[in-house]
Design a binder for this molecule. Structure first.
Ligand code: NAP
Length: 489
């Protein structure tokens, strides 16, 4: 457990509880590996129930002083944290690549995106306005105030290991809620680096705690976080299966729950689309982070009239993407996170081909070996292929034809998920018609990139509950209290 070594760790490789860097009670550790090389870059503590309960108690103890600060004082600390993150952008991005695998350029963009949540909520936290209501009863005054929910538990995934943390922790802290964070087993080092920057920025002890562990420890840590009465809110980003389990556990003590879950984003190209724009957007929406994003385009639905042109252009651009170690200049696609991810991509490709799809480019594992996968395009995918029904989380684009707008929209909605949808058209009437018909929390029209701290991010159906970002992201961390004063003549 080294503080800083050739791996470029930016913090002690320890948990962080009540303002102290902490090993596991029993001293056990687990290895964190670089997906590009398979080499171990650090050993991190395997924490369990005891450490989690102490972290919850530390947060509870810190809560009164933290909520008593003015919005402006909390804002100053969050801004200092954002500034340190921006200053450390290069180092943090390199660590992110080592731990998660994405290209350095994308990692640096993620750090900027992560810092932007600290900045945004530093401002929004100052605007947790209440209301004065014209009295509905004689002799009264009626007001509504917004209060912090209380101690929060945040559980985050590995695919955006820096920004998924600040997207939760920034609104929580801005609202006045201390938190306990449990990052994914693949990416604890990014979480600890973010934490070290928060410590340097002056976030008081107990306000931000990090409990780390491997996949075997996650259910134990998660059980404490979702069942302890001191925790009043659970905010989770990850798979629908785990989100649904955590919501069930949290229901026992009626906690507030926010869930950012899996997606199966349709990407519809109508016959009147600007095809150059659609292809460029498809490259971003499908291949960023090697396709390992909840908002990654997962099903391309393309009008008959432009299908062949679109597929040819997409395949040409996809085939030219450079696969390699994220630290190498010019890399567009890094390794997938683990072998299971490679096997899922392979399974989806094989299933689609078995059902009659055509392989246009790529096709499976990359000659580099390890967990590298070739950017792949499949045409004429039947809609019942596995790849069209569940998120692939890999660099594989599956294209399906359609002949009419209504059919395309029906196919887009034919999924239990509802996070993001993309479509391309120049028809302004269709822009409104299709935006309104799509059952997703986010609709991207004529663009492949829409993420920003100023907008609400979240899904419908089995893609989740609640919103992160925007002014709505603060609401998720606030309770509404109605105060009625009587006896006023
Ligand atoms: P996952 O398996 O659900 O893991 C996510 C987090 O939950 C990790 O920290 C994991 O810990 C933890 N976890 C797993 N089982 C748990 C349990 N029983 N109790 C408590 N915590 C538990 O998801 P993933 O496969 O790593 O992440 C990819 C998924 O996240 C995809 O479905 C993707 O679409 C979704 N995602 C959604 C959004 C969004 O905003 N909607 C954003 C990013 C990703 P361990 O790693 O230690 O097992």
């Amino acid at each position: 457990m080294t503080a800083s070594d050739s791996a470029g760790l930016l913090s002690p490789a320890l948990g962080y509880i009540g303002g102290r860097w902490t090993p596991a009670d029993d001293g056990r550790t687990f290895p964190v590996t670089d997906p590009a090389t398979g080499k171990v870059i650090a050993e991190v503590p395997r924490m369990g129930a005891g450490e989690t309960v102490r972290a919850i108690r530390a947060a509870e103890a810190a809560a009164p002083a933290w909520r008593a600060l003015s919005g402006g004082e909390r804002s100053r600390l969050l801004r200092a944290w954002a500034a340190l993150m921006t200053e450390s952008r290069e180092d943090l991005a390199r660590l992110l690549v080592r731990e998660q695998g994405k290209p350095l350029r994308e990692a640096a963009e993620e750090v900027t995106y992560a810092a932007s949540f600290l900045d945004w909520f530093a401002e929004e936290g100052r605007r947790a306005y209440g209301e004065v209501i014209p009295p509905g009863l004689p002799g009264t005054r009626m007001t509504v105030v917004r209060e912090p929910v209380g101690v929060g538990a945040c559980i985050t995934p590995w695919n955006f290991p820096v920004s998924m943390i600040t997207r939760k922790v920034a609104p929580a802290l801005a609202a006045g809620c201390p938190v306990v964070l449990k990052p994914a087993e693949q990416t604890p080092l990014c979480a600890l680096a973010v934490c070290a920057l928060g410590e340097r920025a002056g976030i008081p002890a107990g306000v931000f705690n990090v409990v780390v562990g491997d996949a075997e420890d996650a259910p134990v840590i998660g059980h404490e976080l979702t069942t302890r009465p001191e925790v009043r809110k659970v905010s989770f980003t990850g798979s629908t299966a785990v989100g649904s389990l955590l919501a069930r556990q949290a229901a026992g003590s009626v906690k507030s729950v926010s869930l950012e879950l899996g997606g199966n984003a349709p990407f519809i190209v109508f016959e009147d689309a600007d095809l150059d724009l659609a292809v460029s957007a498809a490259i971003t929406a499908k291949f960023r982070n090697a396709g390992q994003a909840c908002i990654a385009a997962n099903r391309f639905l393309v009008a008959d009239a432009v299908h062949d042109t679109f597929v040819a252009a997409l395949a040409e651009r996809a085939g030219a993407l450079a696969v390699g170690n994220g630290l190498d200049a010019g890399t567009d696609i890094g390794p997938l996170i683990d072998t299971a991810a490679v096997e899922k991509a392979e399974r989806h490709i094989a299933d689609a081909l078995r059902r009659g799809a055509t392989l246009v480019v790529g096709g499976g594992r990359h000659p580099l070996g390890g967990t590298y996968v070739q950017p792949t395009v499949l045409a004429d995918c039947p809609p019942d292929a596995e790849i069209c029904c569940e998120e692939t989380f890999g660099p594989v684009a599956a294209v399906t034809r359609f002949s009419a707008e209504a059919g395309a929209v029906a196919s887009a909605n034919e999924t239990p998920y509802g996070l993001a949808a993309y479509f391309f058209t120049r028809d302004t009437g269709r822009v409104w018609r299709v935006s309104e018909a799509l059952q997703t929390g986010i609709v991207a029209v004529n663009t492949g990139a829409f993420s920003s701290p100023v907008v609400p991010f979240g899904g419908m159906k089995q893609s989740g509950l609640g919103r992160e970002g925007g002014r709505q992201g603060l609401d998720d961390w606030l309770e509404t209290k109605y105060v009625c004063q009587g006896g006023i003549d």
